[in-house]
Design a protein around this ligand. Structure first.
Ligand SMILES: [Zn+2]
Length: 170
């Protein structure tokens, strides 16, 4: 039996679940035998029966994306049992917030420097309403300076030390 099924090895799911991989197996297209860990993670976090139920409920052309997102979520949950991929989302959201503030502050600097240049090269500071307004502390943009000294991370997260991800010094 084992030698006859050599060319038709069971998918990773059926292999793990120790069952016969039938021709119409719902898992087979998405869990090839060469990637056993993918199903191990998904099965551990979501359970094989939930996964097969989900795959049967959605359209065939959406199944690969669904499996890939389940695999991503499962791997994230294994890595970070408390937050799962929410941990990654949270870190990235904070990063976006921090970078947005940095950008706002830099833009405010840029406007202030430009206006200082303009008002000094013009006939007088009073003649330019724009320059006069900006020289009084940069308006609303200056507020972001106070909060720009670095947000503390929400919790010690495994998502922060990702060597393969985006490098901070590029
Ligand atoms: Zn199978």
């Amino acid at each position: 039996m084992a030698s006859s099924s050599y060319s038709n090895s069971p998918c990773a799911a059926c292999k793990l679940l120790r069952r016969k991989c039938m021709p119409g197996c719902i898992f087979a297209p998405y869990f090839p035998p060469e990637e056993p860990q993918k199903f191990i993670n998904v099965h551990k976090i979501f359970g094989a029966s939930n996964v097969s139920k989900l795959l049967n409920e959605i359209l065939p052309h959406q199944r690969e994306d669904a499996v890939n997102s389940l695999a991503y979520e499962a791997e994230a949950r294994m890595k970070d049992p408390v937050y799962g991929c929410v941990g990654a989302i949270s870190v990235l959201q904070r990063q976006v917030l921090r970078l947005q503030k940095e950008l706002d502050a830099t833009n405010a600097d840029l406007i202030r420097f430009t206006c200082n240049d303009m008002s000094s090269s013009l006939s007088g500071p009073g003649s330019s309403q724009f320059g006069r307004r900006m020289s009084h502390g940069g308006g609303g943009g200056g507020a972001s300076f106070n909060q720009n000294s670095g947000l503390p991370p929400p919790y010690p997260s495994p998502w922060d030390n990702n060597p393969s991800g985006d490098s901070h010094e590029s």
